[in-house]
Design a protein around this ligand. Structure first.
Ligand SMILES: CCCCCCCCCCCCCC(=O)SCCNC(=O)CCNC(=O)[C@H](O)C(C)(C)COP(=O)(O)OP(=O)(O)OC[C@H]1O[C@@H](n2cnc3c(N)ncnc32)[C@H](O)[C@@H]1OP(=O)(O)O
Length: 208
């Protein structure tokens, strides 16, 4: 895993912006696919065009998704992350800010592709966003870790298509264990999801 972490192409400037623009178009395409009302013949015709575009992109392939340049906190590097990554079409993407107090926060809106129960966000999607924000809150203590436990409490359905707020902060560090708590709130400020997680920092090997 460590090798995969370091062995990355780094995108900067126009290269990063160009790939982000491509991902944004694919995101729009995905939303269009789940909502389109076109007839099956038109769907088949579009599928053939999309297959041709996929073949063009596969003409050259990186071993791993690239990273961006290191941001202030080091967390912005994963530009293909499925929650925050502007290069990843499956990411909403959620743009987090980390305060000096270690509070990680973002405002975001989720479109129909993330639907679970009718008109509401899929619980697994909420859990993924919570894992990310809690992991970033853990990393804001100075020590990033792997998620060991993640508990989500779904208090109310989380609505699609309206501004949501997500926030988290680490509560304590005990040796290699970092604990963090967070919430997602609806536009009325009421909590829809609460979550708590424990992250475990990698063991430092002697001489490493
Ligand atoms: C580029 C940017 C970089 C920065 C990015 C930052 C933001 C990133 C945000 C991304 C966010 C997304 C993040 C993701 O998606 S991370 C992906 C999801 N998580 C995983 O895949 C983790 C898989 N599991 C493991 O790798 C290992 O099991 C870990 C690393 C967790 C522990 O294996 P390790 O061999 O190291 O542990 P140990 O045996 O020495 O035990 C040590 C202590 O821990 C206790 N323990 C162990 N496991 C558990 C458990 N499951 N529950 C409760 N307790 C557990 C154990 O009892 C012991 O306690 P004690 O006896 O000492 O009291």
């Amino acid at each position: 895993m460590r090798e995969a972490f370091v062995d990355r192409d780094i995108l900067t400037g126009d290269d990063e912006a160009g790939m982000a623009a491509l991902a944004a178009e694919v995101r729009a395409l995905t939303e269009a696919v789940v909502r389109t009302g076109v007839a099956s013949a038109e769907a088949a015709s579009v599928a053939a065009e999309v297959a041709a575009l996929t073949a063009r992109l596969k003409a050259t392939r990186r071993v791993h998704p690239p990273y961006g340049t290191v941001g202030e906190s080091g967390m912005e590097r994963q530009i293909a992350n499925p929650v925050t990554g502007h290069l990843n079409p499956i990411a909403p993407p959620v743009d987090f800010k980390v305060s000096e107090e270690g509070i990680v926060r973002a405002e975001f809106t989720l479109p129909t592709v993330y639907e679970g129960p009718p008109t509401f966000v899929h619980g697994g999607v909420s859990a993924m966003i919570m894992d990310q924000v809690l992991g970033m809150a853990a990393a804001a203590t100075g020590t990033a870790g792997m998620t060991a436990t993640l508990e989500t409490r779904y208090r109310r359905p989380t609505p699609l298509g309206v501004p949501l707020t997500v926030e988290a902060k680490a509560s304590r560090v005990e040796g290699r264990k970092i604990y963090a708590d967070g919430t997602i709130c609806g536009p009325d400020g009421r909590v829809t999801v609460e979550a708590s997680a424990m992250f475990i920092a990698p063991q430092t090997r002697p001489g490493a």
